[in-house]
Design a protein around this ligand. Structure first.
Ligand code: ATP
Ligand code: MG
Length: 360
């Protein structure tokens, strides 16, 4: 008769393509019960947004099919996002991953990418927050069509505004910010960001996306030095100028020992509505070259599309209003790749903690 060991041995042949580890040693098999030929268990994936979820599930079914003696098989598939940052100190201990979205120069689409990635992750069922860290020029409220006063203070904690399932914090929600922001100096700006990070009621988030202002100034530095973060997503455009300055941003986070999750190229190509071809009007492959040269993953390319811009201008993000469009699909692919990179960072962290525990 088939035994549990035999089932686990077979399941251990299924490897997570991103983590390059088998699903049994990763602890993805839960609540396994085997009675005579009746087998049931839960497959707990590392994120609902993993690009390989369907593949892993199919591989598991195939592995079980190959075992003689299993008559009935019942598998529940769930996902529990892994912690991609150290939660040792209790600052932001309820946030499993913090992802900074940075660029070398302004206007490359960080806010657009941050918002649509946050929505794409949220649509997979993950719990997601979006922090608009551009204190000088917050743009997220406009992109969501939300006004001042959407955020409240309760018991000395900021309560994020809510847009569908997304939790949002932005300086733009405070009245008169346009007039005040320009006169703030570095230390005050850093103080505001720290408050947004640690004095906000971010309850149980899988991913907190932080939309940074361009460059390598006080705000990106404050983010990297205030809390442990999972990593940085660098947004570039195909123009060489943008690509070169992107390298500076990568260099700064490298120096601070913050992992770079990868690079997303925005306004990458024009998707022709008539011939459905991709036209790389600004040249092809800039971000891929950066990713190869600096050995950081290339996580996706987003088309130049008037729908993306209009969506932002009208407060109706493309991920919500045109979820079936190729632009939304491009954001979904990038979001899955970002989630996969977070799982990779998390698995590495877990390994380091285990190694530390065995030496102590
Ligand atoms: N893929 C795209 N297709 C068309 N328009 C886009 C795309 N991405 C961004 N835009 C537009 O480009 C402009 C700049 O985008 P966004 O504000 O997201 O950039 P940013 O990098 O956050 O800018 P800043 O550095 O000022 O914070 C906006 O008008 C936005 O709607
Ligand atoms: Mg911006």
């Amino acid at each position: 008769m088939v035994g549990v060991d035999q089932v686990l041995e077979k399941l251990a042949t299924v490897v997570d393509p991103d983590l390059k580890k088998d699903i049994v040693s990763m602890g993805m098999i839960k609540d396994l019960e085997l009675n005579s030929g009746d087998l049931k268990f839960t497959l707990e994936l590392t994120t609902p947004a993993c690009p390989f979820n369907d593949e892993i599930e199919a591989d598991v079914r195939k592995a079980i099919d190959d075992i003689d003696g299993i008559e009935n098989f019942d598998m529940k598939v769930t996902a529990k996002v892994m912690e991609g940052r150290s939660l040792d100190d209790d600052t932001l201990a309820t946030v499993k991953n913090v992802i900074g979205v940075a660029s070398g120069k302004g206007g490359v689409g960080k806010s657009t990418v941050s918002l649509n990635l946050a929505l794409a992750l949220s649509q997979t069922g993950a719990k997601v927050g979006l922090l608009d860290a551009d204190i000088y020029g917050p743009s997220i409220p406009l992109m969501l069509g939300m006004k001042d006063g959407a955020m409240e203070v309760e018991d000395n904690k900021l309560q994020p505004a809510t847009f569908n399932d997304l939790k949002v914090v932005s300086f733009g929600f405070f009245a008169e910010q346009e007039h005040q922001a320009a006169i703030y100096r570095g230390p005050i700006i850093s103080g505001i960001l720290k408050q947004f990070l640690v004095d906000t009621n971010w309850t149980n988030l899988d991913y907190l996306i932080v939309d940074l202002p361009p460059g390598t100034g006080d705000i990106p530095l404050t983010l990297a030095q205030t809390i442990p973060i999972t990593g940085i997503l660098v947004v570039t455009t195909p123009q060489d100028v943008a690509s070169n300055v992107a390298v500076k941003a990568i260099g700064m986070f490298d120096k601070l020992n913050v992992p770079i999750l990868g690079v997303v190229e925005n306004m990458s190509y024009f998707a022709c509505p008539d011939c459905s071809n991709k036209h790389y009007i600004f040249g092809n492959g800039g971000a891929k070259k950066i990713s190869e040269k600096h050995e950081i993953p290339f996580l996706g390319e987003i088309p130049l599309n008037s729908g993306i811009m209009e969506g932002s201008d009208l407060g109706k993000p493309v991920m919500m209003t045109n979820a079936e469009s190729p632009s939304a699909e491009a954001f979904r692919i990038a979001a899955k790749n970002v989630a996969a990179q977070c799982s990779i960072v998390a698995a590495k962290l877990q390994e380091e903690m285990q190694a530390e525990a065995t030496t102590n």
